[in-house]
Write a protein that binds this ligand. Structure first.
Ligand code: FAD
Length: 474
């Protein structure tokens, strides 16, 4: 909503850009001096505040309603303009050329088979959604947050769910990295801008910088959108943090068969742009130059913890928590991508940037918070790492830990009509991790069970021969 009122010397624009509750007035004075005045920014106070409106926030809200929350007690603050949604959709069906996923279709908690929490759901439950509200200052000692519009939001208990932000090539001073049509993907706004450009560049050339799961998923959807796709990454194979060379060989072969070019062992060192400032080429360290109408960069993320620097204990780049996601600051919890928590199964502190953990950590934190109000504690978080990705007709799942020796099984020929293969990771004579491409729900359950139970392996050759049959015995 925009309203404009005139006075003799000035014009005031009240643009309700921050939320229903925070109003930013911009005063444009007749002498052409622009002044930003923050007025009518309403201060608020809640028993519980979730800072961040992503995956964890949606699942935390649901858990609050299960545990019991009174109208007006809980607020979710998000700089995004929409209610919590299942973020993984952004690099998958959201970018499909045909029947793309759109909100409200993928609001949380549909990603795990739960109820789709529309904005009305929050209203009905008396949960305040403070959207388009960026928090720019957090004071954990006085339990207050300050929004970009200058409003103060007080809380009794805080759940930090700020997620991650993308790493930008401009962070490393890569020349020309701020050219138009170079995209990063984290929020729905990013996906909308990318979608808009894709529509205008059909038949053009796209370069994907980065060979992680975001790069692989985006490579696939850009290809589906009729772009000529080249992927560039420095490592010897894609997804090197998880994939073995045997796993990667399948995906790289499959992508090549789909017509995607893969350039490995080099990095983007600069970008050329045309007279409109639009990217037109990617310069590589090895001297090659790739024509590009669109560039999408997926070189990783970093947890958004800077608001809390020096106020809360950190570990491994995130906010350190206990097994209930409680930080060292009373009544402050951290969940999802930002939490560095004790991974009971492996007896070490870890941070996990995946959606399954975002959901489960949020539920755990709310259960613990509500239990603590009655002087109770809950069982420790006992998480089995689970990651997945989907692209083209492919779909893989991974459970457990990818450490130790590996055993590849099944058909990983990228030209097969129905490839199905997997890998076990074996450490200290036990299976500790399992990966499966193209598994049925039962087969995926079986590999999850193996990763959790960590059965001993007597004979590695036998394990390779048995493949999935081994997992289905448990
Ligand atoms: C494109 C994409 C695809 C993905 N695909 C997969 C996948 O296939 N499988 C998988 O396991 N994982 C996937 N992930 C990772 C997964 O989505 C994240 O691990 C998960 O979203 C983390 O949840 P979160 O709640 O911690 O953070 P997020 O969901 O990122 O939510 C954080 C929220 O906090 C808000 N915020 C941050 N700072 C502020 C502030 N100062 N003020 C107000 N609001 C703020 C953000 O705007 C955002 O709304 C994907 C991620 C992306 C970006």
């Amino acid at each position: 909503m925009n309203t404009t009122t005139s006075t003799a010397n000035s014009v005031f624009h009240c643009t309700k850009v921050f939320s229903r509750n925070f109003c930013k007035f911009t005063q444009i004075r007749s002498n052409n001096i622009n002044l930003n005045l923050f007025m009518a920014a309403e201060d608020k106070s809640f028993k519980y505040v979730i800072l961040g409106g992503g995956v964890s926030a949606g699942y935390a809200a649901r858990q609050f309603t299960k545990e019991g929350v009174k109208p007006g007690e809980l607020a979710i603050i998000s700089k995004e303009a929409v209610a919590p949604y299942e973020r993984p959709a952004l690099s998958k069906a959201y970018l499909f050329p045909e029947s793309p996923a759109r909100l409200p279709g993928f609001h949380t908690c549909v990603g795990s088979g739960g109820e789709r929490q529309l904005p009305e759901w929050y209203t009905e439950k008396g949960i305040e959604l403070l959207l388009e509200t960026e928090i720019v200052e957090a004071d954990l000692a006085s339990k207050s947050l300050t929004s970009a519009a200058g409003a103060t939001i007080k809380y009794d208990s805080l759940i930090i769910a700020t997620g991650s932000t993308v790493i930008r090539l401009s962070d490393f001073g890569v020349q020309g990295a701020d050219a138009k049509n170079i995209f990063y993907l984290r929020e729905i706004d990013d996906a909308d801008k990318l979608n808009e450009t894709i529509k205008g560049k059909k038949g053009g050339k796209a370069v994907i910088v980065g060979g992680g799961y975001i790069g692989l998923e985006l490579g696939a959807v850009l290809k589906l959108n009729d772009l000529d796709v080249t992927m560039v990454y420095p490592e010897p194979w894609c997804m090197p943090r998880l994939f073995t060379s045997g796993i990667a060989a399948f995906y790289e072969g499959y992508y090549k068969n789909k017509g995607i070019q893969i350039v490995k062992g080099t990095v983007a060192t600069g970008f050329d742009s045309n007279e409109n400032g639009e990217v037109k080429a990617v310069k590589l360290k090895d001297g090659r130059v790739l024509d590009a109408d669109i560039v999408v960069v997926g070189v990783g993320g970093r947890p958004l913890v800077s608001l809390f620097k020096g106020q809360v204990e950190e570990a491994k780049g995130g906010i350190k928590t206990d097994a209930s996601f409680k930080t060292d600051v009373p009544n402050v919890y951290a969940v999802g991508d930002v939490a560095t928590f004790p991974m009971k199964l492996y007896n070490e502190l870890r941070r996990v940037e995946h959606v399954d953990h975002a959901r489960k950590s949020a539920e755990q934190a709310v259960k613990a918070l509500k239990a603590s109000e009655e002087g109770k504690t809950i069982d420790e978080y006992d998480y089995l790492p689970y990651f997945y990705s989907r692209s083209f007709n492919l779909s893989w799942q991974f459970y457990g830990d990818n450490v130790g020796d590996t055993v590849l099984f099944g058909d990983n020929d990228p030209t097969s009509s129905d490839p199905k293969f997997g890998t076990y990771w074996i450490k200290d004579g036990k299976v500790v991790g399992a990966f499966l491409e193209n598994g049925t729900p039962e087969e995926n359950k079986a590999i999850a069970k193996v990763a959790r139970l960590q059965p001993p392996v007597e004979n590695v050759d036998q394990l390779a021969k048995e493949g999935l049959t081994f997992a289905s015995k448990f």
